[in-house]
Design a protein around this ligand. Structure first.
Ligand code: ADP
Length: 781
């Protein structure tokens, strides 16, 4: 737009002589009523090269002036009709003729007339009789003046045009100036900022406010150059700050620029949703500029405008300059940060070294390492773990929820889990987002942090544990962070070695394992010994009971015969015989019981699945035991049993269950006591219906410590010496098999039996309650 002023201003004639050549072109209008004067003057003028027009009065003179546009008028004052002054006034009032210079011709030498002539617009006057030389000279002078004036006007017009052009140029220049100012400001400010985030924020805010764009953002490539991330954005719109894009969709302008390293201008948006990751549909044009340092593209500067065709060539040049400055400043800041990080790391490591060589309790070392680490690689949750067998044991932690921070933290080492991965490769593991990691074990009581960095603790070429750090957001740890933590990890490993903590824990662990193995072996041996003993016992009972049964039957037969012989008339002898018969019956019962136990032990008992009415069965038992109850003056009450449904059992076996329980109640309840049998239906969600029978007594009760043992074979709480031979005598202990048989039978019926009692007391008689639960319908196995 630069204009050469010399081309605009035309050449200006500098002397009258120069104009002589041009006078042939000039028309002179002579207005005079005197024909002689008119003729003489016209001839003279013509002879000097002028073209002459003439008029004899004011009116026709005005007309000719209007139509023929003379270059100059010689006007007589004394005219018929309107006089010369009036004619001149008309000429000056008419825009078409007002610029034509008028020279008055007057015979009068009166000063008043001359003055009036100038007042009405005349430029000069000549006096009559005319001096032709003078007339020619004055005409020439005024024509020159008029030409000069015209030229000046043209020049003026040109100048005005030039002025507006200059103004436009000026505007462009001041816009450029603002841009350059901004650029220099950005340049100056940027070199001073050494914090990357602060720098990026400053750049976008400067560009956005100085140039008034709709939205300005900076995107940076990650170190592997496979993802570009929105680092900062500012403008009239609000956008999400955590946008990350894979570099696969070239339709997205900023991805294209990242890959090509060339600027890209998109005019005349609206942006399709798919094309703009920012999704700012009001934007009309977009300029994406690469941030380059040397050959490398490190990111892009993305500028959106609300107007169409916003970015002209100059804008693009200036903005690219800004982008280049930004890239350089960014590189510097990154280098500075890396340097500062290295310095912090070195200082921190030195401090750790000092801590280690001080007389600090070495057990505090892991915790101090975590503290120091926080100053170099900020994290939210950090912990130091040591491997103890198949578990990771936490020996120091920071940033854990306060409730749990004091407790022990142990994690089982999972197949494919992070620690195992780390051990396999002997290297750190960085997880950008744990929810996308298959092997990640999230402890349910810990708040979810997305980024995880695990660095192995290596001692004597072996991974002995790890340092684990978390940050809330995904992709928060960088490779530099990892290297820093690794430097700490090697220190930490040495420290832990020095602290002997690892060895100590391992030794302890080995000892523990050794002890467990030894104890297990001992227990195993004891168990086998017991199993052997048990088998021997069972075999012994089996053999003995079978062997006893035959002679018993013989004795019983003979005694029956003896009872029927006439010798029985002797009352004394009869009593003796009856005594023998009772003793034999009791022996029989005991032998039968022993056989039952053998059957239970050898798991040959069968449930026959016969619908059994428990109420009837129990009334039958009561009837059978009526003598004993009467003898002991005890009352047996049956409650609510009639309401119960029949249940599937083997009635013979079930008879033994309740018979044994009721006999026990009679035995362990003092004379005059009472026994109650009650029952109810038990319905539990998700389980088959059951009935529960409770045998309660007002007897001596059982201590809690015996509640389980009494169901074992041959177990009795009382002294063997007090055993009474009678089956239902008070505290007349039997062989200790009754409850073992009860549990065996209930178990094969898929039921449960247990006792409830406040304890053993032979003065207060707290009583016992035996519960038997049985399914109504036996499950099909
Ligand atoms: P025993 O033949 O000795 O009665 P059990 O197996 O029937 O053998 O009972 C084992 C032990 O449980 C008994 O010796 C007794 O101490 C205790 N016991 C059983 N039932 C009762 C009860 N109703 N009240 C108090 N103690 C009982």
């Amino acid at each position: 737009m630069y204009t050469d002023l010399q081309n605009v201003i035309p050449d200006i004639p500098t002397s009258i002589e120069e104009n002589e050549a041009a006078k042939i072109e000039h028309k002179v209008l002579v207005i005079d009523d005197n024909p002689t004067n008119l003729g003489l003057l016209s001839n003279y003028l013509k002879s000097t090269g002028y073209k002459v027009l003439s008029a004899r009065d004011g009116e026709s003179g005005l007309e000719k002036a209007q139509t023929l546009q003379p270059d100059i008028i010689l006007l007589d004052i004394m005219l018929p009709g309107i006089d010369g002054f009036t004619a001149c006034r008309h000429l000056k009032e008419n825009p078409d003729t007002q610029d034509i210079p008028v020279i008055f011709m007057t015979a009068l030498s009166d000063a008043k007339d001359k003055l009036q002539g100038f007042q009405v617009g005349g430029v000069d006057y000549v006096t009559k009789p005319l001096q032709y030389e003078e007339v020619i000279a004055r005409v020439g002078t005024h024509l020159n003046i008029r030409n000069l004036t015209r030229n000046l006007q043209t020049q003026n017009n040109h100048l005005q045009a030039t002025m507006s052009e200059l103004q436009a140029v000026n505007q462009t220049l001041s816009k450029r100036n603002i841009q350059l100012e901004a650029s220099s400001e950005v340049g100056q400010e940027l070199t001073a900022i050494l914090n990357v985030d602060e720098l990026l924020n400053k750049v976008v805010s400067l560009i956005q406010t100085k140039f008034n764009y709709y939205f300005v953002s900076i995107w940076l490539l990650d170190t592997n150059k496979d993802v570009v991330e929105l680092r900062t954005g500012i403008g009239l719109a609000k956008v999400r700050q955590d946008i990350r894009l894979d570099l696969d969709d070239d339709n997205i302008a900023l991805i294209w620029v990242c890959k090509q390293g060339e600027p890209r201008l998109i005019e005349n948006l609206p942006l399709e949703e798919a094309d703009s990751p920012l999704n700012l549909s009001v934007a009309k044009s977009e300029l994406v500029l690469p941030l380059r340092t040397g050959e490398q593209v490190i990111g892009v500067l993305d500028i959106l405008s609300q107007d169409f065709d916003t970015f002209d060539n100059d804008d693009q040049v200036v903005l690219q300059t800004l982008a280049d400055q930004t890239a350089t400043a960014l590189r510097n800041a990154q280098l500075y940060e890396a340097e500062a990080q290295r310095r912090r790391l070195a200082e921190s490591l030195e401090r750790v070294g000092r801590i280690l060589s001080s007389d600090l309790d070495l057990r505090q070392v892991p915790r101090r390492i975590l503290d120091e680490l926080g100053g170099v690689v900020p994290y939210l949750r950090g912990s130091v773990f040591l491997q103890v067998g198949s578990e990771l044991q936490c020996i120091a932690k920071r940033g854990y929820p306060s409730k749990k921070s004091t407790g022990q933290l142990q994690i089982t080492i999972d197949e494919g889990g992070v620690f195992q991965r780390m051990t396999e490769v002997g290297q750190s593991v960085l997880i950008d987002d744990v929810i996308r990691d298959e092997g990640w074990q999230q402890l349910d009581w810990l708040p979810l942090h997305h980024s995880w960095l695990g660095v192995p603790l290596i001692s004597k070429d072996r991974v002995i544990g790890m340092i684990s750090l978390t940050r809330l957001k995904a992709n928060a740890f960088s490779d530099e962070d990892m290297h820093s933590v690794q430097a700490f990890a090697s220190q930490a490993a040495i420290a832990l070695e020095n602290a002997g903590l690892f060895d100590e824990i391992n030794q302890f662990n080995e000892q523990l394992e050794q002890m467990v193995t030894e104890r297990t072996e001992e227990l195993e041996q004891a168990y086998q010994r017991l199993a052997r003993l048990d088998k021997t016992k069972t075999d012994f009972i089996n053999v003995t009971s079978h062997e006893l049964r035959t002679p018993l039957s013989v004795i019983k037969g003979y005694t029956q015969i003896l009872k029927m012989l006439p010798v029985n008339d002797d009352v004394e002898i009869e009593k003796l015989v009856i005594g023998i018969i009772q003793g034999v019956d009791r022996l029989h019962q005991i032998v039968d019981t022993m056989l039952d136990v053998v059957k239970i032990d050898s798991e040959v008992l069968q449930v026959r699945r016969e619908p059994t009415n428990l109420a009837v069965m129990i009334r039958d038992i009561k009837y059978k035991l009526r003598d004993a109850l009467e003898q002991r003056q005890q009352i047996l009450t049956i409650v609510d049993l009639d309401e119960l449904p029949p249940i599937e059992t083997n009635p013979e076996l079930m008879f033994k269950v309740f018979y044994n329980l009721i006999v026990n109640s009679i035995k362990y309840t003092p004379d005059g006591g009472s026994i109650t049998l009650s029952g109810q239906l038990v319905e539990q969600v998700g389980e088959a219906s059951q009935v529960e029978i409770v045998v309660s007594d007002t007897g001596i009760g059982i201590d809690a410590e015996h509640h389980e043992q009494i169901f074992e074979k041959f177990y009795q709480t009382g002294e063997i010496a007090f055993h009474s031979t009678g089956q239902t005598k008070f505290k007349g202990g039997g062989p200790g098999l009754g409850l073992a048989i009860v549990r065996g039978i209930v178990t094969v019926h898929n039921g449960q039996v247990w006792v409830e009692s406040e304890g053993h007391d032979e003065e207060k008689f707290p009583g016992s309650h035996f519960h038997v639960r049985l399914p109504i319908i036996q499950p099909i196995l």
